[in-house]
Ligand binder design. Structure first.
Ligand code: AP5
Length: 203
């Protein structure tokens, strides 16, 4: 398996780049934000609970998101690999992700952190809010999401830096330019992983 975490502040381009990565490497894209928004749209109990946090720009509690991901990775365990977009978002979620993947003899291979200045992030999200009407793309909630990112999520960079799998990428430029920088970091992992899978099949 090739397991990639795509990491960054709100609006840094995680979703945009995850879709391109999923298409190029044939990986399963897992966006916790998208899953939670679908729950809200279908008015489930989980959706109602998630909305009470997401509308304020706060994180949904770890236990809920971790259980959700545990079920999903179990269901999809035969895929070629995952792109985790928006998960993990706290150090306990980072620990839980490694534990989930260890059940299949796997771990996170590489963490791509998209680096974008706050003013650019705010501009992108306000623009998207005007076009798509996404509920949390308004100035007040964006500011709260950014505070939450710096307080609760950015400590994960040290968590992955210590494991020597963090790759910081300039997230400003065209979508294609940013993608090329990501490919340069991901490509070296692809060959060894394909060889490992091949060895597993002949043993
Ligand atoms: P989530 O959906 O993950 O939102 P987010 O992290 O705030 O990220 P966004 O989707 O806003 O931005 P992105 O980085 O994906 O960028 P995108 O590609 O869309 O989470 C929403 C909420 O759900 C959270 O606040 C939390 O409440 C909850 N949640 C989710 N996961 C959770 C977890 N694990 N634990 C607890 N709670 C959780 O791009 C943004 C815009 O910029 C787009 O319009 C795009 O077209 C544009 N753009 C992208 N790249 C470029 C570029 N290179 N140049 C110019 N524009 C660009």
């Amino acid at each position: 398996m090739l397991n990639i975490v795509i990491f960054g502040a709100p609006g840094s381009g995680k979703g945009t780049q995850s879709e391109k990565l999923a298409a190029k490497y044939g990986l399963q894209h897992v966006s916790t934000g998208e899953i939670l928004r679908e729950e809200i749209d279908t008015n489930t109990e989980l959706g109602k609970l998630a909305d009470s946090y997401m509308s304020k720009g706060e994180l949904v509690p770890d236990c809920i998101v971790i259980d959700m991901l545990d079920c999903l990775t179990e269901k999809k365990r035969h895929v070629k690999g995952f792109i985790f977009d928006g998960f993990p978002r706290t150090v306990p979620q980072g620990v839980a992700l490694s534990q989930m993947l260890s059940k299949y003899g796997e771990d996170v291979n590489v963490v791509i952190s998209l680096e974008v200045e706050d003013e650019v992030l705010i501009g992108r999200l306000l623009k998207r809010g005007e076009i798509s009407g996404r509920a949390d793309d308004n100035r007040e909630t964006i500011e709260s999401r950014l505070k939450v990112y710096y307080r609760q999520t950015s400590p994960l960079k040290d968590f992955y830096r210590e494991r020597e799998i963090l790759k910081e990428i300039e997230g400003v430029g065209t979508v294609e330019e940013v993608f090329r920088s990501i490919e340069n970091e991901v490509d070296p992992f692809v060959d060894p992983i394909i060889k490992k899978e091949w060895q597993k099949q002949i043993l």
